[in-house]
Design a protein around this ligand. Structure first.
Ligand SMILES: [Zn+2]
Length: 244
């Protein structure tokens, strides 16, 4: 059994065949998918589409912030029906985003997660060190650092804070990721697709949860462990963190 802990099933690219994509996932034993919102509109859709297989996460992605804190209130309202708050975080890759405003949105959404006792899903592109500084100030916070490609000493700090790390198709692209995969202990490791993005080879084009199996194979080979054993442990990690 497989749990894809990060997919964007509400992305417009699935509008025409969402149910087929979910069916293909189930046929590939991906029985649970954490369906991640990135703004208010997509978060509402995630909640509407909630089933026992498609579990919603609600939040405002750092590239989707605006000057209205009204949106935070809406995320708070939606959060009761969600399994996690995300995706949230900081993104310094796009230079035109306001860093202070990003931090404000990040912190307010962390507070929602703490109040509602939900895990957070953290996006930290080119902003890993600052994200880690911020999460260090919230002691009972739990969750996932997703798609992490930063340096090894940073991953140690994330693990010390009690977070899980989730890997996806990025591990086929970035040269230091084999070392990172090797470093993260199996009981803190999760696997995701980030579909429709980051398609793992040999697949091409639009990514989808069924393709997660390629990432599992790669991780099992890097860590030199049996793939079925890896799947079993990662599934347990996912359900216990997400209370699912
Ligand atoms: Zn994402």
């Amino acid at each position: 059994m497989i749990f894809d802990v990060h997919a964007h099933i509400e992305a417009p690219i699935y509008d025409r065949d969402k149910n087929v994509v979910i069916k293909r996932a189930q046929d590939a034993h991906v029985i649970k998918i954490l369906n991640i919102g990135w703004n208010v509109e997509s978060s509402i859709k995630c909640i509407k589409d909630k089933t026992s297989n498609l579990l919603p996460a609600v939040g405002i992605h750092p590239s989707e912030i605006n000057t209205s804190l009204e949106d935070i209130k809406k995320i708070e309202e939606l959060s009761d029906a969600a399994f996690a708050i995300g995706e949230i975080g900081l993104d310094y890759y796009h230079k035109d985003f306001d860093k202070d405003l990003q931090e404000k949105f990040f912190e307010k959404q962390i507070e929602i997660a703490l109040n509602k006792q939900k895990p957070v899903i953290i996006h930290s592109r080119k902003a890993e060190a600052r994200c880690i500084e911020i999460t260090a100030t919230y002691h009972s916070l739990k969750g996932i650092y997703h798609s992490f490609t930063g340096e090894k000493h940073l991953i140690k700090r994330i693990l010390d804070q009690g977070f899980y790390i989730s890997f996806n198709g990025m591990i086929f692209k970035s040269t230091n990721t084999a070392e990172l995969v090797q470093y993260v202990p199996i009981n803190k490791l999760l696997v995701e697709t980030d579909a429709p993005y980051l398609t793992p080879p040999p697949q091409k084009g639009r990514n989808e949860p069924a393709y997660i199996v390629h990432t599992f194979k790669r991780i099992a080979s890097i860590k030199k462990i049996d793939i079925d054993h890896l799947k079993e442990i990662v599934f347990k990690n996912s359900t216990s963190l997400l209370n699912a």
